[in-house]
Design a protein around this ligand. Structure first.
Ligand code: ATP
Length: 510
């Protein structure tokens, strides 16, 4: 086939397609055309793995300029002058400077959190004007943002206590950033069986839509994560979110004004999300609020006017969320708005929490995160040093049985401190840290025993003094008429000696 034949063949194919398209548009009824269009789009979707988002310049009934369009224009302004080939010049707001922006049908490549994006400025021309060469006032502009389907769902981390650079809309009480924590259940140092149990629980929950509907329960689940600092509570939340592909709402209770605001925040959370209240024991004086009666408060205030004023000032700044408000948040009627939600409380002091807050049904699963076990260490050794075994492992195992160390401390020691730092040095660092922890624990125990002894002694002395005073009182109240002065002095001396002996004897263990 010659080049000329090929071009002639291609030309007639294109003409054939265009003719068929014109026939289709003219003679096929609209509902059928729509039906065909719908399925062609779906089919195209399999081959075209990109997502496109259009942001139109004029929106709404009154065709007002969209805020989003203006924001994108401003955002792209500097990028356009650097990267676009065809630029549009305009006079700036101050009428002195020239503002450059991308021209119609121009494309700019951009990057967001490592994801490649394309911005295009498009024009849509009304059908009646399609063949006019002159710009028309009816020509509408819109930006198109294109990115790969893979990045369609970026997990988000929301907060109700944002710092300056957090994004959010004026209407929402939550602000967000893209959630990018790398933690997974694989990298979590924990006993494998316990870990598997949690994973199974999450899978059962996420597939439980019908089950929850059948038993008449809202599709939500509460987890209480408790344990000492550095045992992986926050890390586990991140692993859960990554595993389930859920967003996280990090609820800072101390900045929530009152129960009404708490309810509003709850309503604004989306499905497929984890709502977290970290350090719940520090967030609110929940136990105090319940136990302290009103009368007690009044008594205290009357006795101390300064404390009353201080309290008033403090309470005007502090959150007025109450325990009952929080209980309502977890399982009140409003908590049923939305589904597939997990609520997590974390605490370092589970014993401080009001039992009502963490009873089963509210916090369905209580997960204790504890000091690092040898199994946990092996996970970290694999993560940090790519080691499955080492001749120092048995020593580490023995030390871990003898002392307590958090996974955070183990992780810190397993991180090479220099570029040339090898696995052996890291393991030796860990052994050193374990030996230090063991020694510290021993010294602490000695210190505690001493403290117990000293705190027990004054008590005994006090009791003895009391006995002495009582005896004296008795003597004064019922003076023995026949007792001679010398005898009474002797009795006192004997009592003193007795007391001296008692205070010198070691105190019994309490
Ligand atoms: N179980 C664990 N598995 C893997 N890494 C862990 C684990 N626990 C802690 N770490 C490491 O220690 C760091 C601190 O842990 P994390 O913040 O999750 O602890 P926490 O229990 O939430 O502490 P806190 O109570 O102080 O908030 C993490 O960034 C992680 O690198």
């Amino acid at each position: 086939m010659t080049g000329g034949d090929m071009w002639a063949g291609l030309g007639s194919t294109v003409a054939g397609i265009m003719f068929a398209w014109a026939m289709f548009q003219q003679y096929v009824p609209l509902p059928l055309r729509r039906y065909v269009a719908k399925y062609t789009h779906r089919l195209m979707g399999y081959f075209y793995p990109y997502i496109q988002i259009s942001i139109h310049e004029l929106t709404g009934e009154h065709m007002k300029r969209s805020e989003a369009y203006t924001a994108i224009e401003a955002y792209l302004s500097s990028k356009s002058s650097e990267r676009a080939r065809r630029l549009k010049a305009d006079i700036g707001k101050d009428s002195k400077s020239m503002v450059l922006s991308m021209d119609a049908n121009e494309e700019i490549t951009d990057e967001f959190k490592g994801i490649k994006l394309w911005w295009t400025l498009n024009t849509s021309i009304p059908k009646t004007q399609s063949f006019s060469f002159y710009p028309s006032a009816d020509v509408k502009h819109y930006y198109t943002l294109t990115f790969h389907n893979l990045h369609r769902k970026l997990r988000k981390l929301f907060t109700n206590n944002p710092s300056e650079n957090w994004r959010g809309s004026k209407r929402s009480m939550w602000c967000h950033v893209v959630f990018e924590h790398p933690a997974t259940f694989q990298t979590l140092a924990m006993d494998p069986e316990k870990k598997q149990e949690i994973v199974d629980d999450l899978v059962t929950f996420s597939k439980g839509k019908e089950y929850y509907a059948k038993v008449g329960k809202t599709w939500k689940r509460g987890y209480l994560l408790y344990g000492p600092p550095g045992t992986g509570k926050s890390t586990m939340i991140a692993a859960m979110a990554n595993f389930l592909n859920y967003d996280i709402y990090d609820l800072e209770l101390t900045v929530v004004k009152d129960n009404t605001e708490l309810r509003k925040l709850l309503i604004e959370t989306s499905s497929k999300s984890i709502i977290v209240i970290e350090d719940i024991d520090c967030s609110l004086d929940l136990t105090g609020q319940r136990k302290k009666t009103h009368e007690e408060d009044e008594d205290e205030e009357e006795n101390d006017p300064i404390s009353k004023r201080e309290k008033e000032e403090k309470s005007s700044k502090e959150s007025k969320v109450t325990l009952s408000g929080l209980l309502n948040f977890i399982d009140g009627l409003w908590s049923a708005c939305g589904e597939e939600r997990i609520i997590i409380f974390t605490t370092n002091h589970v014993e401080k929490l009001d039992p009502a807050l963490i009873r089963r049904g509210r916090m369905d699963k209580h997960i204790k995160l504890s000091y690092c076990s040898f199994q946990g260490f092996k996970v970290l050794a694999k993560n940090y040093l790519d080691l499955n075994s080492h001749h120092l492992f048995p020593k580490i195992c023995r030390l871990m049985e003898e002392t307590e160390i958090t996974p955070a401390d183990v992780a810190e020691n397993l991180m090479p401190k220099t570029i040339t730092g090898d696995a052996e040095t890291c393991l030796e660092n860990l052994i050193q840290a374990l030996e230090m922890a063991k020694e510290e624990a021993r010294l602490k125990a000695v210190e505690e025993t001493k403290e117990k002894e000293t705190s027990a002694k004054p008590e005994m002395k006090d009791e003895s003094l009391l006995a002495k005073e009582e005896a004296k009182d008795k003597d004064q109240a019922y003076p023995k008429e026949d007792a001679k002065e010398g005898e009474s002095i002797k009795a006192d001396e004997a009592l003193d000696k007795l007391l001296e002996r008692e205070t010198l004897e070691p105190a019994p263990d309490v």
